[in-house]
Write a new protein. Sequence first.
Length: 283
Amino acid sequence: MTAEGSAVRLWGAPTLERDEWTASVETDEPKVEERWLLTTGTFPTPEPTEWATTAHREHELLWSTTGNVTVEAAGHLWMVPPSLGIWLPAGTPHRVRASAGAVTYATFLSPEQVAVDWTGVVGIPMGRLLRELLLHNQNEEMPAEARLRLQRVGVDLIRPVRTVSLDIPLPKTPELLTIAERIIADPADDRTTEEWARMIGLSGRTLMRWFQRDTGVSLTQWRILVRVRSALIDIAAGKPVVAVSRRLGYANPSTFIDLFRQVTGHTPAAYFRSVNGVAESSL
């Protein structure tokens, strides 16, 4: 993640003077010094923010503690609820958006020092211990050997989620992408397929055929995916399922719960138990 013309606050070797140790490092330079395994940058966004598409030399674990954060990578859109991070392999082009008030963290990991047994963009459970280790590494001074031990434990805690993927396939056709972005911005929008089609000068049948071709799912199925993944952020933040379902346009919470189960294989409560179970089992 990088912002044009900005710097990322990174934490380096504790042997440096305090003001040097906390100095800003330009994002076009390597972010992890040779002797270290990882480092974490903090990105508070008082206003809605979109970073330019970029790619990094290091692996990146993108995670958040508050607000709505999305990552567009590998032709998919990934939601970043507080309970999960998104792993971006080194060299993966990606674009990040964050809502006003969000606090986003980017943990960069040296591909030479950190070997993983998975490929591609994946979800990573962000258990409390992993979050605290990464923040402790970011914020505290300590001897070099102690820092390396801490970082090794942090790396050991990073494992892909075993439950349903959080990615949403994005259409490639510009007109369809316009519709997709409007639905993502307002998942409760209840316009019909015919209404969306008229907006871009197509018939409803043509829109359905093109959307299926571009994404592999129907527009109706895709809208459900967007609503479920939008709900994940709110539910992970502690909002009641009833309130979340109403925000997404479902008058009957049981209808929303049924759709959530169709997408994830779990009710909302069971889904988060399964994610937390993976996170705790890796502690």
